[in-house]
Design a protein around this ligand. Structure first.
Ligand code: PLP
Length: 323
């Protein structure tokens, strides 16, 4: 499979003595928040495959979608720009939207976080409603048609091809040292989970995977991850995935919003360990890991690899609720 070298690899695996004490496990952090500069995060590993495919197919323009402050949309916009590709983002908003047919009024868009970065690299932004987002694949296909020869990247870069980025990440983990009991990470569109489960089995990086859902529910993700796994298996020769559990008990009030308890824990990780987590993904995943240890789902003392998947611009866009 063709792959561009876009990520700064290997990302470090760092032992965190302070959070190990807080959580009661032997905690190691895979620093995939450091896969790059402004584009950093887990999406870069997927985009190495997806953007390679776009170039092979002769695309001049890529289309993708996400929430308004989507990390995936931002990573795609920055890397597309660097490769000389035009980029159109369909971003979900709660209020009035331009619709998939029109560019959004620039004055209606935030000047912070991911959207600031999208704007700086000149991405074309169209805002869509939650209903339009529910039909995102169709909506993106019709926008791509309208543009002509545009390459569509699914939500979160999560298809079989994108997931190969995390199969390779687990090879990297195994090459960096001993295997882990469990890999824990935030799950938002399922591609990271699918790749990690396949990669753990293929490369012996860990026995099992705990995916902490930040939206939707466990049944939705089990279906979605199974679909992505089967797509990946049709692209690459891989063994069946390692056991994976989706835990949807730490989603908080809703996507992008933390409970007071979750916010307090995010602050505690920052103050006590200097570990900066974001409110949309990694903060909920670390909170979910702590809850899983307290319930006994992850045994005390287990050798745990927490994948820090990035999200710093999302944190910086929520300064009003985090201070
Ligand atoms: C997208 C994202 C995730 C979730 O990864 P999926 O492959 O979409 O499930 C986790 N953390 C951060 C910071 C992300 O941007």
């Amino acid at each position: 499979m063709k792959r561009l070298r876009l990520a700064h690899l290997p990302t470090p695996i760092v032992h965190d003595a302070r959070l190990s004490t807080v959580l009661g496990v032997d905690l190691w952090i895979k620093r995939d928040d450091a896969t790059g500069g402004a584009e950093a995060g887990n999406k870069v590993r997927k985009l190495e495959y997806l953007l390679a495919d776009a170039l092979v197919r002769g695309a001049k323009h890529v289309v993708t979608c996400g929430g308004l402050q989507s990390n995936h949309a931002r990573a795609t916009a920055i890397l597309a720009c660097r490769l000389g590709l035009d980029c159109t983002l369909l971003l979900r908003v709660d209020g009035p939207a331009s619709g998939p047919e029109h560019e959004a009024d620039i004055r209606s868009l935030p000047t912070t976080g991911n959207v600031l970065l999208d704007r700086l690299v000149g991405a074309r932004i169209r805002t869509i409603t939650p209903d339009q987002y529910a039909d995102r694949d169709e909506t993106m296909a019709s926008v791509a048609d309208e543009i002509g020869s545009a390459y569509v990247i699914p939500e979160g870069g999560s298809n079989g091809l994108g997931a190969l980025g995390y199969v390779e990440a687990m090879r990297e983990v195994r090459e960096q040292g001993d295997a882990f009991d469990v890999v824990v990470h935030a799950c938002g569109s399922g591609g990271t989970a699918a790749g990690i489960a396949l990669g753990c089995a293929a490369h012996g990086a860990a026995e099992r995977v705990l995916a902490i859902a930040v939206c939707d529910d466990a049944a939705y993700f089990e279906r979605t991850i199974a679909r992505i796994v089967s797509e990946a298996l049709s692209l690459a020769k891989l063994p069946s995935p390692a056991p994976l559990v989706v835990d949807d008990r730490s989603k908080g009030p809703r996507y992008g919003v933390m409970s007071d308890e979750q916010r307090a824990f995010l602050r505690r990780c920052a103050r006590e360990a200097g570990v900066l987590l974001d409110p949309v993904y990694t903060g909920k995943a670390m909170f979910g890991l702590r809850a899983a240890v307290e319930r006994g789902d992850v045994p005390r003392g287990a050798r745990v690899l927490f994948v820090h998947t990035g999200g710093l611009p999302g944190l910086l866009a929520q300064g009003d609720v985090l201070t």
